[in-house]
Design a protein around this ligand. Structure first.
Ligand SMILES: Cc1cc2nc3c(=O)[nH]c(=O)nc-3n(C[C@H](O)[C@H](O)[C@H](O)COP(=O)(O)OP(=O)(O)OC[C@H]3O[C@@H](n4cnc5c(N)ncnc54)[C@H](O)[C@@H]3O)c2cc1C
Length: 556
């Protein structure tokens, strides 16, 4: 079982302290407990356990979690070129965002990982990720036949016919076999159990078997409802952390071996900054004593923004035959081959991109009216709406996360700087997507479902008008990454962790979460985050074994 208590007598008991029981944190803690049975592992999660929480376990209820009690619910700063009203959901529960999200599961592309390596993430290759992802414990599979309704099947067919692209039966098999994804449409792969519609989240797959006692791991303690408020540095090492338990008791914990930060792309930076680890000028400006000047903390913030085109249907969406209302997606290539081979924030060394997809759209069989209502568009009755959401797989805008107060209760500012890239690439991608979506809507059998286009509406036609609408209605696919990015710390002053995930200039600490991504991958990031967690645990095992082998050497 999980616990909300940590007795004072246990503050120095743990070899490894994992901060954040989210997507990567569950993997790291579970694997360390498995790989190192003689070491004590503590997993600290700010939220409650999800073990018996139906709201969380039932994937189809994902939308009702957003903005609720299990959501940190971060805002964005003013976005002059985009939508300033975007809320960023981040889950406060065991399993983290994998307990909150839609569990769409994509392997990263070779091209994404080539870019990572060009930025100093040595060794994080496509073959490595394929090996790591082959051993995931989550059950990733294409949407089951019973969850493929006629509307979605018709949409897939019309995408293929209208845009002359292949139907792909298993995106992940295609990526594994070819290394890439150019153009295509098909049902998604989801990490779920099609028999009961439950999540196969990081917690369900990696921690629940331990909590249920099916896999005894007496060396793992899962501490829930505990907030880590500080990373403590002694000399050139991280010594451990301060935390507050649910009942308000504070503890200072010492890690005998390592502290691994897995609090996510927003909260790991937030924690470091409040610990005095980050850009010196920002910290001293707020009166936070500087412990380590690491200029890259909070910088390089990236996301997948998406816009929306919404139709009203003339007949109802077939009921209950869906995984979570977004069962399929389409990938297109907007630019000519190799047009992306110019240096940009998404690809600083101008690697050739061939024909790899540069536009993705999910489909939603629900009225996603959050932003369209605000812009004055009419509501659509639930069960009578269909949306396509053009998104930018490799956006070129870059933002930053920073503190505005030394008070740890004040949330950090998230300035995504959406649609600020100098060439206007990001905005142009959305316009192209809106036009492609309209072509699909002209094609039977999908066409036969449609009553009318509700947003932006048929009168919005010019590139300028489409761009204005698309940016003002833009939303997030909830994929913030990059704020503690991996790189060559010796040559790149903005890299925060090295290729072994070790924090710049400090011993005894690593970061393993979406923050370490040098660039956002083309696809939805959760599997890549799980892969980072798997690799982090392997690296710790490798180093522990090397150390033990060294100790066992006879002294000459
Ligand atoms: C609504 C939504 C839908 C999404 N849909 C998809 C999708 O379909 N497919 C996909 O690939 N990706 C999706 N994503 C993105 C994906 O889920 C995330 O990129 C990924 O899960 C992030 O994992 P992480 O380990 O970096 O962080 P998280 O999973 O967020 O884990 C961080 C954990 O740390 C804990 N924590 C934070 N601060 C502290 C602290 N100070 N003390 C103690 N604990 C702390 C948090 O409570 C949390 O449990 C979605 C995200 C959201 C929110």
């Amino acid at each position: 079982m999980t616990t909300n208590h940590l007795p004072e007598s246990d503050v120095a008991k743990y070899d490894y302290i994992v901060v954040g029981g989210g997507t990567a944190g569950c993997v790291v803690a579970s694997r360390l407990a498995e790989y190192l049975p003689r070491k004590n592992i503590l997993l600290i999660e700010a939220g409650p356990s999800d073990l018996t929480d139906e709201r969380v376990l039932d994937l189809r209820r994902w939308l009702s979690l957003l903005g609720g009690e299990l959501d940190y619910d971060y805002g964005t700063t003013e976005q002059p070129n985009g939508n300033s009203h975007i809320r960023h959901s981040r889950a406060k529960v065991l399993g983290g965002c994998s307990s909150h999200n839609t569990l769409i599961s994509f392997r990263p592309l070779q091209y994404d990982l080539d870019i990572w390596q060009s930025l100093g993430a040595k060794g994080w290759t496509f073959p490595l990720f394929m090996r790591l992802l082959d051993r995931l414990r989550t059950t990733v599979q294409p949407v089951h036949a019973r969850h493929r309704n006629q509307l979605c099947k018709d949409w897939v067919q019309s995408c293929s016919d209208a845009l002359n692209i292949p139907i792909i039966s298993d995106f992940n098999r295609h990526i594994k076999e070819t290394g890439s994804l150019d153009e295509g449409v098909g049902f998604l792969s989801i990490s779920y159990n099609p028999d009961n519609g439950y999540r196969s989240s990081a917690s369900v797959a990696y921690i629940h078997p331990i909590l249920r006692g099916d896999e005894p791991r007496p060396n793992l303690t899962v501490l829930t409802n505990a907030w880590v408020s500080r990373v403590n540095v002694a000399g050139d090492s991280v010594a451990g952390v301060n935390l507050t338990l649910q009942d308000g008791t504070r503890r200072t914990l010492a890690a005998k071996a390592e502290t691994i930060l897995c609090a996510g792309a927003i909260d790991t930076s937030r924690l470091l900054l409040h610990s005095g680890i980050g850009p010196a000028a920002q910290l001293s400006g707020l009166g936070i004593p500087v412990v380590r000047d690491i200029p890259g903390v909070g910088e390089n913030l990236q996301d997948h923004p998406e816009s929306i085109i919404m139709w009203e249907l003339n007949k109802p969406v077939p009921p209950n035959q869906t995984t979570m209302d977004s069962d399929a997606s389409i990938f297109l290539r907007r630019e000519p081959p190799n047009a992306g081979a110019i240096p940009s924030a998404a690809n600083p060394y101008g690697l050739s991109d061939g024909g790899v997809t540069d536009l993705m759209m999910h489909c939603y069989q629900i009225p996603f009216t959050l932003n369209t209502l605000r812009l004055g568009y009419p509501d659509v009755k639930d069960g009578h709406a269909f949306c396509m959401t053009p998104n930018i797989p490799r956006p070129r805008s870059r933002g930053r996360l920073y503190l505005t107060s030394a008070d740890p209760n004040v949330k950090p500012a998230l300035d995504f700087r959406y649609f600020t890239d100098p060439g206007g690439y990001d905005a142009a991608t959305l316009v192209y997507g809106m036009r492609a979506a309209r072509e699909v809507a002209q094609q039977s059998p999908f066409k036969d479902w449609i009553k009318r286009e509700v947003a932006p509406g048929p009168e919005v036609q010019s590139d300028e008008d489409l761009s204005n609408y698309a940016r003002r209605a833009a939303h997030t696919v909830y994929h913030p990454v990059g704020t503690t990015r991996m790189g060559d710390v010796a040559r790149d002053g903005m890299a925060v962790v090295d290729e072994r995930l070790r924090l710049r200039g400090l011993r005894g600490v690593r970061i393993a979460d979406a923050g370490v991504f040098p660039t956002i991958p083309t696809i939805n990031p959760m599997l890549t985050v799980l892969g980072v967690g798997e690799r982090c645990a392997e690296m710790i095992l490798e180093e522990t074994e090397a150390l033990e082998a060294q100790k066992a050497q006879p002294k000459l």
